[in-house]
Write a protein that binds this ligand. Structure first.
Ligand code: ADP
Ligand code: ASP
Ligand code: MG
Length: 472
């Protein structure tokens, strides 16, 4: 049995948790395991802040303090997970060297006063480079033969879209099989960096925030793994974000399509791009809790169980904004939507949801709130001809989505959704349904988000399922 196991930042947040991960990996003795890691919890955020501070001209003392804080944290975990003196010295030597490289980079950015996508990705890569060194040393200390793999030694090749790079699957597959299979045959347990890759010239890239899950499925598909396991801090993919509703429960089985929808519409427990490589290679993906390894978790597979209650999950996306374009000139005018979408595309603004008024005089689009100013100015520029009279925005909103394959062809779901929200006094600002009918998404005010999730979770019977999942 060949398994790829990915450990999230929460599973590596401190020494205790790292040792739990070591136990889980060790428990698979006999089979082939490739480990994929995220950075220690919150380290990627810390690196991002460090890079921005450096570029913004922060004082040297402040940058030194930030670097020192990150270094202390890694050295503390390293010291606790490897007890053998010589092995610990080797590991701390590696960590000191990595921080020297990071420090040089940060001060180069500070001198230049400029942070390119390329240098940002280079800074961000240190989180996974450090965590993989620690976990690999901990595995080695537990008696497994382990090695850290990143860059050329790993071989995930991407384009040069720094910050959200896309893999070249053919080139990556060739490299990954050449690099990993001989190691597995030798009985090694390789630890690969998640999230970090490189372009064809060997320049470091990253796959986008939360992208270690994606790395795991790219690797799993390339080496034809039997299973991909995503180890995290909750019992699996749940019926809603457990931070919003106490009665959230683990969903035992999801189809690939459902998992895609759930993750795209906000269940951050799996990165939305994770499913495609696994689905193409027909590899089951399990989502499990490092703090409750014997729990069943969630199994994501091709077949899906149609359950009587057709809605399987209620998800949310925050940090979004709504932009509307309107004007009587839009009625019957061809190409307005195409112009709006391509001007936003040219400005690098991703549109998450679209809805048009039936009178054709409005088009509403949900975008990332950070892109709002850019979107408004792109639309203002595009429609100087007056076809669009008004470009307006609604901020402090959230997208709420109900997901389930059983919704397709089941009449009355939308009606139940909207009357439930109406009864709860939640105002719906915009509605959109995917053509797959696997989801209905709508926009509500941020202040109504938690109530909307709660009442829908109750309405579709999700609050009564099974026993509550344990969280880390
Ligand atoms: P990791 O560090 O393991 O990658 P993440 O923080 O990226 O973990 O994702 C796990 C978190 O996702 C959970 O702790 C939970 O708060 C959040 N989450 C949001 N929606 C869901 C959902 N529907 N099911 C499970 N977890 C969810
Ligand atoms: N460490 C990266 C992040 O925080 C990738 C990941 O966690 O999957 O975004
Ligand atoms: Mg994650």
């Amino acid at each position: 049995m060949r398994v790829v196991m990915k450990f999230g930042g929460s599973s590596l947040a401190d020494a205790d948790r790292t040792l739990k991960a070591v136990d889980v990996i060790g428990g698979r003795e006999g089979g082939e395991v490739v480990v994929v890691v995220s950075a220690l919890q919150s380290v990627t955020d810390g690196l991002m802040e460090l890079a921005s501070d450096a570029a913004a001209g922060a004082e040297v003392d402040r940058l030194e303090a930030e670097i020192e804080g990150l270094k202390k944290r890694h050295l503390a975990v390293a010291g606790d997970v490897v007890t053998d003196d010589r092995k610990r010295r080797d590991l701390t030597g590696v960590i000191h060297k990595q921080f020297e490289e990071l420090r040089n980079l940060v001060f180069a950015v500070n001198h230049l006063g400029e942070l390119t996508g390329r240098s940002r990705d280079y800074v961000m890569s240190f989180g996974e480079r450090l965590s993989s060194s620690i976990l690999s040393a901990a595995l080695d200390a537990s008696g497994l033969n382990s090695a850290v793999l990143w860059g050329d030694d790993l071989g995930i090749v991407t384009d040069s879209s720094f910050g959200a790079a896309e893999p070249d699957m053919d080139a990556s597959r060739e490299n990954l099989t050449n690099n990993l299979l001989p190691r597995l045959e030798r009985g090694e347990t390789p630890v690969a960096v998640g999230y970090v890759a490189q372009n064809e010239r060997g320049i470091t890239t990253t796959l986008g925030r939360g992208g270690s899950d994606y790395s795991a499925s790219i690797i799993g598909a390339a080496i034809e793994a039997d299973e991909i396991w995503i180890w995290t801090d909750v019992d699996g993919v749940m019926t809603c974000d457990p931070r919003l509703v106490d009665e959230a429960h683990t969903i035992p089985v999801l189809s690939y399509r459902e998992a895609m929808e759930v993750s795209f519409f906000g269940a951050e427990v799996i990165h939305p791009k994770t499913i495609k490589p696994a689905m193409d290679a027909d590899i089951p993906v399990y989502v499990k809790n490092t703090f409750n390894p014997s729990g069943e978790g969630t199994k994501i597979i091709r077949e899906h169980e149609r359950i009587e209650d057709v809605v399987k999950a209620v998800t949310t996306v925050d940090y979004v904004a709504l932009v509307n374009i309107s004007g009587v000139g839009m009625i019957g005018a061809p190409g307005v939507a195409a112009r709006a979408f391509s001007s936003l595309g040219d400005a690098g603004v991703n549109i998450m949801m679209i809805s048009t008024g039936s009178s054709e005089s409005t088009i509403s689009m949900v975008i990332n709130e950070d892109d709002l100013r850019r979107a408004e100015s792109a639309l203002d520029g595009e429609f100087r001809d007056g076809v669009v009279e008004d470009v307006s925005a609604v901020e402090d909103v959230a997208v709420v989505t109900v997901v389930g394959a059983g919704m397709a062809g089941t009449p009355g779901i939308a009606g139940r959704v909207f009357s439930t929200l109406g009864d709860a006094g939640v105002n719906i600002i915009m509605i959109s349904q995917g053509s797959s009918e696997y989801n209905i998404s709508f926009v509500v005010r941020k202040e109504d988000e938690a109530a909307a999730v709660k009442v829908l979770h109750d309405e579709f019977g999700l609050s009564e399922l099974g026993t509550k999942a344990r969280t880390g």
